[in-house]
Design a binder for this molecule. Structure first.
Ligand code: ADP
Length: 607
């Protein structure tokens, strides 16, 4: 059925409906007609029986058997029916269809249905086959009084059913003829209607296929009078709408493409499978391939394992990733990778070569200037110290001037030294020799450099570093970090304050903290104090001998040792003071884990 053409299916459906709609009522009508004809014939038989009864009463042929039989024969012939008179008990005493001498051979009729049911008041009817006349008959019987018999006799009239059947046959023939004519007519009509319906549907289907292929032109596929005219007009409107929407989308796509294509940043789309799906012109130039990159893995296109690793990270579920790439020949890019909703990754390359070049020039300049200044400053400082300590005659004012010169020279030397150190950390972070180091001795060495200043302010150090704590660090850089943080803590602590140093450890890192009871740092300064020369209070910092570079050095040193640094102010459960945290990675070795107490271990004695 599915493989049939639409028209044929429609036709079959039509025919099915028509056959059911005509044949079933036809059969019902035929049966009803048959029932009615039979009922009419039965009624006619009863009416005839009444007439025969009336004649019988009038003629009174009961005087002799002969006259009764003759009366039956004559009346039966006149009325075209069979008349039978049956005695009470079932013996036939006269029958218009049987000769008088044959009557004695007839069966007893007392068991006949109409005889059993007939009374004087109520005639009875039955339709059945007659053994005597060998045909189907309609029998009507009733009891009548006979002067010749002590008990009532039965008067029975019978008509052949064949007359009913003949009528019925005539009707049936006409009925089937009419039905055939109706069916033929409706078949023809079905074919015509199926064709009429099929044509516009095929036209609409063709039109829809055209729209699906992108043909949105206005087409009048139906005439104004057609049943499907409205539908075809709606189709045209829909095509117009889709066309407009497509135009808007295409326009937006073109704009987007133009923006992305002309961006100076390289943009690349990676699909779920980790293959390059699209790249813009700038990215093509970075990877030194244009369309040939499409379908390749990032490693194949960029020949750079860091790019591949970043893409892998995103595809494995990291939401975003940022890294600075050295693509050789002094080309540096900041690479931003983000996960996209459909799966896959969006990668943006931002060229930072120029920025890094300028930064390097600036760093080189600062380093050169610092270097150049260092020697004359050392010389000035030496001479001033000699003048102040030697036996030169000078008045108090000259001595005071020399004191100021010495103080400023010391300050400048400090700045120059810090700048040189910072430059070294920025330029060559790889020069650090990172290895597992015992933290305790490193801190004590750093504290030694601050001890004098601490004693002058009667500041006590509460060293809670766990014994034998080991972390991965460059000893000199770590000494500098501890030294700078302790130096700041002393500088900003009140007279007689306590500085607490402690560490919390996990399997992978140690978190160090240096806490003081100083004035603390307002939230707006907390991020910025790690910038070069950023000071909350410039005058105070200078007066305290600060250079504004200490925390910047700490930040670069900690980051070069793969750690992080931050400040919390005030510390938890405190009103004032600051606590500086920094982390260092550590590899837990079995020997160390036996000796090194975890966070909260026994504090060591103060030094
Ligand atoms: P400085 O040489 O001025 O101390 P740093 O880089 O070491 O330079 O510190 C930057 C600024 O951060 C300081 O000027 C000071 O305002 C603030 N600061 C640093 N450490 C502390 C501290 N322990 N308590 C309060 N303020 C601090």
């Amino acid at each position: 059925m599915k493989n049939l053409k639409f028209r044929n299916r429609l036709f079959i459906a039509f025919c099915g409906v028509l056959i059911v709609a005509t044949v079933l009522p036809g059969l019902y009508m035929y049966q009803s007609l048959k029932r009615e004809i039979l009922a009419e014939s039965t009624q006619k038989a009863i009416d005839q029986l009444e007439v025969i009864d009336w004649l019988l009463e009038k003629d009174q042929p009961f005087l002799s058997g002969r006259s009764l039989d003759q009366w039956c024969t004559e009346t039966g012939e006149k009325l075209n029916c069979r008349i039978t008179i049956i005695k009470h008990g079932g013996a036939v005493i006269a029958d218009s269809s049987v000769a008088r001498q044959e009557l004695r051979y007839l069966e007893n009729h007392s068991d006949r249905k109409e005889i059993r049911a007939a009374t004087a008041d109520q005639p009875a009817v039955s339709v059945r086959y007659s053994d005597t006349t060998k045909q189907r008959l309609i029998y009507a019987a009733r009891q009548v009084q006979s002067p010749a018999h002590s008990r009532p006799v039965y008067l029975r009239a019978a008509y052949p059913v064949s007359s009913v059947d003949a009528r019925l046959q005539t009707y049936t023939g006409r009925f089937w003829l009419a039905l055939a004519a109706i069916l033929a007519l409706t078949f023809g009509l079905s074919i015509y209607l199926a064709r009429r319906l099929e044509q516009p549907i095929y036209k609409i289907m063709d039109r829809l296929k055209g729209i699906a292929r992108g043909d949105f032109s206005h087409q009048y596929i139906m005439d104004a009078g057609d049943e499907f005219y409205q539908l075809s007009m709606t189709l045209n409107e829909t095509a117009d709408r889709i066309s407009e929407q497509m135009e808007v989308i295409s326009e937006q796509n073109r704009e987007m493409e133009a923006i992305i294509e002309n961006m100076r940043e390289g943009v690349m789309l990676i699909d779920k499978a980790g293959r390059i799906k699209a790249i813009n012109q700038a990215m093509g130039q970075i990877a030194e391939c244009q369309l040939s990159c499409i379908g390749k893995r990032p490693l194949e296109a960029f020949l750079n394992s860091e790019v591949q690793a970043a893409c892998d990270k995103i595809l494995q579920g990291t939401a975003e990733y940022n890294i600075t790439l050295n693509m050789g020949e002094e080309r540096f890019y900041d690479m931003y990778a983000v996960k996209i909703a459909e799966g896959g990754a969006l990668i943006v390359f931002y060229n930072v070569s120029e920025q890094l070049r300028l930064e390097k020039i600036r760093r080189d300049f600062v380093a050169n200037v610092s270097h150049e200044l260092k020697t004359p400053l050392t010389s000035i400082k030496g001479y001033v110290e000699t003048l102040l300590s030697g036996g030169f005659s000078m008045n108090d004012q000259a001595r005071s001037f020399l004191g100021t010169i010495e103080k400023n020279t010391t300050q400048m030397t400090g700045i120059v030294n810090d700048l040189l150190q910072l430059t070294r950390l920025q330029e060559n972070p790889m020069d650090l020799e990172i290895k597992p180091v015992q933290i305790g001795p490193v801190f004590e060495k750093a504290w030694e450099t601050c001890r004098l200043a601490a004693e002058q302010k009667q500041i006590r150090i509460d060293n809670r570093l766990p014994t034998n704590l080991v972390a991965n660090a460059d000893p000199a850089a770590l000494t500098r970090v501890f030294g700078n943080l302790a130096d700041n803590a002393i500088r900003y602590s009140p007279q007689g304050g306590i500085i607490t140093v402690s560490a919390q450890t996990t399997d992978t890192e140690a978190v160090f903290s240096i806490r003081d009871q100083g004035p603390g740092i307002a939230p707006k300064h907390r991020e910025r104090i790690f910038e070069r020369f950023y000071r909350v209070d410039k005058e105070r910092s200078r007066a305290l001998g600060g250079t504004g570079l200490g925390l910047s050095i700490c930040k670069h040193a900690v980051s070069a040792m793969n750690g992080r640094i931050w400040v919390q102010s005030p510390p938890e459960r405190e009103q004032t003071g600051s606590v500086f945290f920094f982390t260092l990675p550590r590899d837990l070795k079995p020997a160390e884990s036996n000796h090194c107490p975890e966070a909260g271990g026994e504090p060591r004695a103060s030094v």
